[in-house]
Design a protein around this ligand. Structure first.
Ligand code: FES
Length: 71
């Protein structure tokens, strides 16, 4: 699932990058997440904070890992 449509960044790609030990902010900056329209920033941060399963393009399941758009 895409967490940043403008930069075509999937949750999987971002979580793989997160395994490098960098912070969420560093990963977002490196991948360009939120650097275009910016509408994805809050959701992307929530998704990257979620401990959900990684390695799956469909790992973002809001009802299971509590990283939904519950605003
Ligand atoms: S969707 Fe991420 S910058 Fe637009």
């Amino acid at each position: 699932m895409y967490i940043c449509v403008c930069k075509a960044i999937t949750e999987e790609k971002a979580k793989v990058a997160l395994k490098s030990g960098r912070s969420i902010n560093e990963i977002m900056k490196k991948l360009g997440i939120g650097t275009d329209c910016g509408t994805c920033i809050g959701h992307a941060i929530e998704c990257l904070k979620c401990p959900g399963p990684s390695g799956s393009a469909n790992s973002h399941t809001p009802s299971k890992n509590n990283c939904s758009n519950k605003k």
